[in-house]
Write a protein that binds this ligand. Structure first.
Ligand SMILES: Nc1ncnc2c1ncn2[C@@H]1O[C@H](COP(=O)(O)OP(=O)(O)OP(=O)(O)O)[C@@H](O)[C@H]1O
Ligand SMILES: [Mg+2]
Ligand SMILES: [Mg+2]
Length: 526
């Protein structure tokens, strides 16, 4: 059932609108009949969406050349205080903090899964928290305890606890109560509150953007920090060279906490080493763990071995700190590590699924390097099948979508000698008729650009130049794109489809394909 799940491009649909102006204090709502109703998960998500900066504000900031807000750390400290905590209280969470351009979420999921295995066998850690971004189908995927996304009830309860605490302290301190942390910061604050309240004793934190100025960097004494593969992304905020980007990422290094990084390009390694020295942090560059030769990680790709190798050392340091014994023979891994690494389910990354005659391959890659990785995976799995291929692509932010699309073309056509017979460029709006799934509503994109399919038409033109024989279309929603693919040749012909370019697209596609059945898979596949 979809009612109540939607917002239209600019305003909420009727089911929802009846609540929008009816909040009273302590998060209760007064419905139209005048009875007091407890707020719902949808209410919480709608409120959360109201903290999105919005495309106008973002455009203004961009035009003024404003980069990341350098006051973010101090603002986070103040908000933490207003929730009734000291920053040092976060030390109780025993945090593993992970930055990087690609592989952060996966590495965090690996660490989480290994810790989970130790909990099953030794009872420690007692509760594992996992904070990742972005989400695929539901915001609550971002905050997990013992691998399960927190429930809608818990999300709603804690969302309004934070909201109300910020409103009441604003009034007490003479601050404008309308000033709220923006979307990602709000979720970071909520995660701290939830993990503290739920008694989490090991927490794995993925940085949002960069490191130095990220809201998660309010964490002062992590147990260990890790840097995954670095590449070029978020250049507006972080800079346009790998060195500048590495500088930001190394912002999570903290004296007293060991740091680890996978092997990087020399320019990046140099910056990481300089920053470590400056901060008096011991930094170890790790190579692929040879014991992984006997571990069935998925996908069995080089990049995943890097993520897994980093996750192994990060988990080891945390388990040592918690005095959890991890005895094993030299050159092999303890069974909890092996099982933890093998059982991870991290949806939307190199994910395959079948509906009717369509073989879907979904990956949220949105940088040059990760698209090469995702396309190579698709190329390998499609190479020996003698069936037509199709591409569904969306990337709606300020990234250079044209050059991302060219990377896809080069990897598939030149490296694999495959081709896409059908190519669909769609917007990031979830459903037909300009309807967003509320969890996926994105107010940071100009609705007129979406409506006129400006970017989609541009990309269609680019592809037509690259392959004039392909059937190329621009479509207004993810649902339209899925339907288009399903109706090719009346749905009677087998087809291999790559869905890529953003997690927004992949999350929307999975929501369309699976509807209410979308399994918020717990990240250890249990
Ligand atoms: N080490 C890596 N090097 C290159 N590409 C990678 C690596 N790890 C993962 N990827 C690719 O990037 C995609 C995203 O992976 P993941 O979610 O782990 O990264 P992330 O750093 O959390 O990304 P985001 O910035 O979107 O949060 C994967 O689907 C995969 O295609
Ligand atoms: Mg990113
Ligand atoms: Mg991520």
């Amino acid at each position: 059932m979809r009612s109540g799940l939607f917002a239209t491009g600019s305003s909420l649909c009727t089911v929802f609108r009846r609540y929008t102006h009816s909040y009273v204090s302590r998060g209760a709502t007064i419905a139209m009949e005048g009875t007091v109703e407890a707020p719902t998960y949808q209410d919480a998500i709608h409120r959360l969406n109201s903290t999105q900066s919005g495309f106008k504000a973002l455009e203004e900031r961009r035009s003024k050349g404003v980069k990341l807000n350098s006051s973010s750390k101090e603002e986070m400290r103040q908000w933490i205080r207003r929730l009734g905590y000291k920053v040092s209280d976060l030390d109780r969470l025993n945090i593993v903090h992970v930055a990087g351009t690609k592989g952060k979420g996966t590495t965090c999921a690996f660490v989480n899964s290994i810790l989970q295995r130790y909990q099953y066998t030794t009872g420690l850690p007692r509760k594992v928290g996992l904070y990742t971004s972005p989400h695929l189908a539901a915001v609550r995927e971002r905050i997990r305890i013992n691998s399960e996304p927190i429930s809608e009830e818990q999300f709603t309860k804690y969302f309004f606890e934070v909201w109300d605490a910020l409103e009441s302290t604003a009034r007490e301190e003479g601050i404008d109560p309308a000033l709220k942390p923006s979307y990602f910061r709000y979720l970071t604050l909520m995660s701290f509150h939830i993990f503290m309240r739920e008694g989490v004793d090991a927490a794995v934190y993925e940085v949002g953007v960069g490191g130095e100025l990220d809201s998660t960097n309010v964490i002062k004494r992590p147990i260990v920090t890790g840097i995954t593969t670095l590449g070029i992304d978020h250049v507006d905020a972080l800079g346009d060279t790998i060195g500048k980007i590495a500088w930001h990422k190394a912002g999570i290094f903290k004296s007293g906490s060991p740091a680890f990084s996978v092997r990087q390009l020399p320019e990046a390694t140099q910056v990481l080493e300089e920053r470590a020295k400056e901060k008096e942090v011991s930094l170890t560059i790790i190579e692929d763990n040879p014991a992984l030769a006997h571990v069935a990680i998925k996908p069995a790709e080089d990049f995943q071995r890097k993520n897994a190798s980093l996750a192994i050392v990060l988990s080891q340091v945390l388990l040592d700190r918690l005095a959890v014994p991890t005895d094993h023979e030299l050159g092999s891994l303890p069974k909890q590590f092996v099982e933890g690494l093998e059982s991870v389910v991290w949806r939307g990354r190199c994910e395959s699924k079948v509906t009717g005659k369509q073989l879907w391959h979904l990956d949220g890659a949105h940088t040059q390097e990760s698209l090469e990785v995702a396309c190579s995976w698709f190329g390998r799995v499609s190479q020996d099948r003698d069936i037509p291929c199709a591409l569904v692509f969306n990337q709606q932010s300020t990234r250079d979508a044209v050059s991302l699309v060219k990377t896809i073309h080069h990897t598939i056509y030149d490296n694999f000698k495959l081709r896409f017979r059908y190519v669909v460029f769609c917007t990031n709006i979830t459903y037909k008729g300009d309807l967003w799934k509320v969890d996926l509503e994105n107010r940071n994109v100009d609705p007129t650009t979406l409506k006129s399919l400006t970017l989609q038409n541009e990309l269609a033109g680019v592809w037509h130049e690259l392959d004039p024989d392909a059937e190329v279309v621009a479509l207004p929603s993810i649902e339209d794109a899925i339907e288009y693919i399903r109706h090719i040749k009346g749905g009677a012909e087998e087809i291999s489809v790559l869905v890529t370019g953003s997690f927004h697209l992949v999350g929307g596609a999975l929501s369309v394909l699976e509807g209410d059945n979308f399994a918020l898979a717990n990240s250890t596949g249990e």
